[in-house]
Design a protein around this ligand. Structure first.
Ligand code: CO
Length: 208
């Protein structure tokens, strides 16, 4: 694992060289425009670069990441990304992707995190309270936290529908993108799709 930043610069040079060799014109095309079909909302965790897991290239994923993949309807950073993705880039898919073994979810469940991080992940504590009965019934702690990570993703998908951007798109009949809830299993590198009530995507939501 590199711990010298110069190693990263060296890696970059050799990557760029290989790209140029294998695909002449690659960077000329890359700099022209971005037309990604996907918005990826994921955890900041260093193990969660979705482009690696999905073999997507620069230009294919528009990305917003934060600790424990929160869809915060008061986060101007996130809302700007969502607005741009939906209304300018016109992405075809919005993916909220959590992961098992999420440190943010773990810290929220156990009340470990303090200060700003504690504040940021406090909505997950509300989820844990809401689903206390279901979670308490799971004996194995790892599995319990995994379930909480899934509930977290589903809650964030629910939050997406509460945003002005999505409500506006629904009110104008422009919900021409799909929303997906994913979990990434770091123990095998595989993506699992979570089911949720898709009909709410088609239901006319009230515009503010
Ligand atoms: Co995480």
């Amino acid at each position: 694992m590199p711990n010298n930043y110069k190693q990263l610069i060296e890696n970059n040079k050799s990557w760029a060289q290989k790209k140029k060799e294998y695909s002449p014109g690659y960077f000329e095309n890359l700099k022209l425009r971005q037309e990604p079909n996907f918005l990826y909302i994921g955890c900041s965790d260093s193990r969660m670069p979705l482009d690696t897991f999905t073999q997507t290239e620069p230009g294919e994923l528009f990305v917003h990441r934060n600790i424990a993949n929160q869809v915060s309807i008061t986060d101007i950073n996130f809302l700007s990304v969502l607005d741009y993705a939906v209304n300018v880039l016109r992405v075809k898919h919005i993916i909220v992707c959590g992961h098992y073994g999420c440190g943010g979810v773990n810290a929220a469940y156990h009340g470990f995190a303090r200060g700003l991080v504690g504040n940021w992940i406090s909505p997950i504590r509300d989820i844990a309270r809401k689903y206390k009965e279901e979670l308490d019934a799971i004996q194995d702690e790892e599995q319990r936290l995994n379930r909480l990570s899934e509930l977290n993703v589903l809650k964030q998908v629910g939050n997406l529908y509460k945003t002005h951007v999505i409500q506006q798109a629904a009110a104008e009949g422009k919900l021409d993108f799909q929303i997906h809830a994913w979990m990434l299993d770091l123990s095998n590198g595989l993506i699992m799709e979570l089911a949720f009530e898709k009909t709410q995507q088609k239901a006319p939501l009230k515009s503010n």
